[in-house]
Design a binder for this molecule. Sequence first.
Ligand code: DGY
Length: 327
Amino acid sequence: MVQKVYVTRRVPEAGLTMVSKGCDAEIWEAETPVPRDVLLEKVADVEGLYCLLTEQVDEALLDAAPRLRVVSNYAVGYNNIDVAACTARGIPVGNTPGVLTDTTADFAFALLMSAARRVTEGVTYVQDGKWVTWGPKLLLGVDVYGATLGIVGFGRIGQAVARRARGFDMRVLAYDPYSVPQGLDPDLAQLVDLDTLLAESDFVSVHVPLTAETERFVGMREFAKMKPSAILINTARGPVVDPDALLSALVEGRIAGAALDVTEPEPLPFDHPLVTLPNCIVTPHIASASVATRNKMAVIAAENLLAGLEGSRLPHCVNPEVYGPRL
Ligand code: DGY
């Protein structure tokens, strides 16, 4: 019998075609997230859920979906999913690691460059009709080449950012609150403790997943340790940075600037002070948004979903313990 799945947004066709061929798929067609009450209704008789980071997969959703056999998240991050609750019910959870590493690192670097060299301010300046002449002191920024970059979270994406920094002759410091990966190229970064990283970096780029331990990981204490000239870049998850502490740090000049692709909440209202401050750049969570990468993510999420439906191991499973010990 064809299995039923619910897809919570129209993802790239490459993934949708695979899903539609393999099962009886219903897709939420709007461009805004499916309302929670509708989602709870829709999952009542599905075996598979193909969802986005905008959907909370929690106990209430799992209770509403008694037939659910697989959850496939169209993202590498999975803080929107109660993984322990899924595991307890024997439900494997899939994500899309790897394919977005370089795309996200490119974007983190774009934010770093934009903040350092005041690119967005320059664009607004021209659009506002303020450009009347060349000026020796017009929109002066700071150099990226030769500066020190501190990378907080040295997993796949953090390391990809470090590789880019090499090309800019930057000194790279790295800290990981979990474990430092084995076999790292020692030239990639100097591994240091968090306080050293904060004190010595001109740019601090955050690449940790959002977990109970990393929520508000960068707050008052950390801003106080940073240089007044430092710029914070966040392409990880909004709640990793305390938004109130960040706002005070920017307003009071405890740090020089920030560039955020992720915020808390998301979306951030357009009149939020972090959006309107001249020394803060906010983009709408688009670090992985290249055509090629979003296509690949759609395919991987479809592969995870289909594997789960046929009872095979997911190619990218965040809770492999669901399968029991490997023999
Ligand atoms: C992810 O995959 O976790 C990103 O935040 C969205 O691509």
